[in-house]
Design a protein around this ligand. Sequence first.
Ligand code: PMP
Ligand code: GLN
Length: 378
Amino acid sequence: PETKLPKVGTTIFTQMSQMAAEYQAINLSQGFPDFDGPRALLDAVGHYIRQGANQYAPMTGVPALREQIAGKVATLYGRKVCADQEITVTSGATGALFAAISSVVRKGDEVIIFDPAYDSYEPAIELNGGVAVRLQLLPPNFQVDWMQVKAAISSKTRMIIINTPHNPTGAILSAADLDQLAGIVEGTDILLLADEVYEHIVFEGEHQSLLSHDVLYPRSFVVSSFGKTYHTTGWKIGYCVAPASLSVEFRKVHQYLTFSTATPMQLALADIMRDEPQHYLQLPTFYKAKRDLFCSLIKGSSFQFTPAKGTYFQLVDYSAISDLPDTEFCLWLIKEAGVAAIPVSVFCETPPSMRLVRFCFAKGDDTLRSAAERLVHL
Ligand code: PMP
Ligand code: GLN
């Protein structure tokens, strides 16, 4: 009998982190910081656990956290959303992406995604009987070709998934990009899913959220992750903001996917959002310093790159170093250089013409220095 996900194996993140551990390589593959979130946040979780906040949270999320999210959305993106009807706290952005896709994608529906595409989109589409229509971002800067998007729209197009800032390329969408998208979907019933987990890690200009766009938001699920913003990827807390009519459908799935999400973490996140609103405003400076350090350290190497515009990932072209396909190059890099990276072809239907791997620079400066020392001589 046919399996449900014949194309899928173990994720590249699990594979590469395991190999990095096995060969004691410096792990710049799977995206996670090697430092902790704010002390007050960690202490607050302990506090709430000891206080007995250890039972189910409300299905939609702890009210105090949803209020804080609504406040942030109003301040940063100029949109008043209803904390009760439009915000749902989920088990990571992964839970939100899966619930959003499952709540609207039907058998035979087409969903447009852009290669290189984050790995969780297509399996979620296919488990729901949908078909991923994979378009390519245009190298070298990985921009969207909106003419191509327009041409790919059919009567079966149910959803377009965008990701800005973009993992793995570090590209960001501009206000003009969002207007182009609006021109394409206006007058259709196409829905949008915006993966904005790196919304606070933007180095050029401002993050263009679908939340701030009057034409786009009414048809959008906008997803974010506290893991990225508070250096707590292991907590798996994310959220989805969507208009009430879409949130109703979203919650029908969410309530049976996980029902609700860890209570003490939600309470602690609500406190830190209230008490330290400057935290996420300082993230661009914090991560830009890391990006600049890593880029300056590998500048003399044979890797070619343009500094990422957002996210905590740096894409590099290794064609001056090796002719190996990227997955093999990553294995070689772990074994011979002692540094783990992520091959970009795993996010693509057809391998990109460039030879590209992704390094995560969400690491202590000493770790970045040690990794760079191993990379500059290749
Ligand atoms: N989307 C993108 C683009 C990501 O990079 C990640 C995390 N690697 C996720 C979604 C999932 O986020 P979470 O860990 O909160 O589930
Ligand atoms: N999003 C992280 C990355 O891109 C990994 C998440 C995971 O391991 N599933 O590296």
